[in-house]
Write a protein that binds this ligand. Structure first.
Ligand SMILES: [Zn+2]
Length: 346
């Protein structure tokens, strides 16, 4: 299948074609869409993907606003709007992926199966054609919480890209078929998690980061960085057993296998010391939880311990992507964690 069957193309779109709001613009899009904007130096290109997940709108909102304002970027810009199909399913911007479809951000690898695989392959072909000097993939987190970046490569260029948006970079050796693995093509690539998809602050951050990304002569040098970047290496994932139940309450009812306080999200990126309780465990104990590292080793003793029905960190940890959405907590993971120093727990 040729790319033009899979993707639509917009070149230097005029404000009149964009609709007054991002939702109006989305109504006018019919396929995953590539947007080219000509820069002052047309010999270079930077790329930004967004909306790979249809319910993560900050990048779309930022791009719509930026296009309406008719900025001239420093270099050519290539924007890739991936999840137009799930985003357009009513109510708009509510679905991560189409019903029965695949998670697009797990499809950037062989064998490129199904409609999402074809979209991923077309996006990769677009990048190969344009040869950008760097690539961002802008997302929202499922819970609320501060922004962070994710990379598979931790060097000055990746830290510099991160610093356009945030001061935290998570480095992972895990390979899932995510677009950020494009970093392996020697093109600095980071995923930006702007914070919650309902969060006005996340939309503003995406816009401000986009303005920095497009307006600076150099985005790959740390000398230009706004702030120092803290690197957190190979976090472990703490998951809940499929049959386990979770509640978010100030006190346990005695019915759930795990109870977290409703404000647990405030723990995101803070250090939790071994004497600070995180929540309550049911009578089945820690067997309802697993702690998995990037190389699939498992070792709960180094992460959590139980005392009088309460869960504590087994050592000082930094936890993040904590969610209070029980659906996400069950289907994805409870939280990620590294040592308080940013090093892997195991
Ligand atoms: Zn996402």
């Amino acid at each position: 299948m040729s790319n033009s069957n899979v993707l639509d193309y917009l070149n230097d779109p005029s404000p009149r074609t964009l609709g007054r709001s991002p939702l109006e613009w989305l109504e006018r899009l019919h396929k995953p869409t590539v947007v080219h904007v000509t820069g002052r130096d047309p010999s270079r290109t930077r790329a930004m993907a967004t909306l790979l997940h249809g319910n993560e709108p900050s990048g779309l909102f930022a791009l719509h606003r930026w296009l309406l304002e008719q900025h001239t970027p420093e270099v050519n810009m290539l924007f890739l709007l991936g999840g137009v199909y799930p985003a357009k399913i009513p109510p708009m911007l509510s679905l991560r992926q189409p019903p029965g479809g695949l998670d697009l951000n797990r499809c950037f690898k062989e064998p490129f199966e199904g409609r999402e695989g074809a979209i991923a392959q077309a996006i990769l072909a677009e990048l190969q054609k344009v040869q950008p000097e760097c690539l961002l993939d802008v997302h929202n987190t499922s819970g609320t919480g501060p922004a962070f970046a994710v990379t598979i490569t931790n060097d000055a260029a990746h830290q510099a890209l991160t610093s356009l948006f945030t001061d935290r970079l998570i480095m992972t050796d895990l390979r899932l078929g995510a677009l950020m693995e494009y970093s392996e093509q020697e093109v600095p690539t980071v995923t930006i998690e702007c914070g919650g998809g309902q969060d006005e602050k996340a939309h503003q951050l995406a816009y401000e980061g986009l303005v920095r990304y497009t307006s600076r002569p150099d985005v790959l040098s740390l000398e230009e960085a706004e702030w120092d970047v803290e690197v957190l290496r190979n976090p472990i994932r703490v998951e809940l057993a499929p049959e386990a139940t979770i509640e978010y309450r100030l006190e346990p009812t005695g019915h759930a296998d795990l109870t977290f306080p409703p404000d647990i999200e405030h723990r995101n990126f803070g250090i939790v010391s071994p004497d600070e309780p995180l929540g309550w465990i049911g009578h089945k104990g820690l067997s309802m939880l697993t702690a998995i590292s990037h190389n699939r080793t498992e070792n709960m003793e180094q992460v959590l311990r139980v005392e009088d029905g309460q869960i504590y960190p087994a050592q000082a940890i930094k936890a993040f992507m904590i969610t209070t959405n029980p659906v996400i907590a069950k289907s994805d993971c409870l939280f990620y964690a590294v040592k308080a120093t940013g090093e892997p727990i195991f």
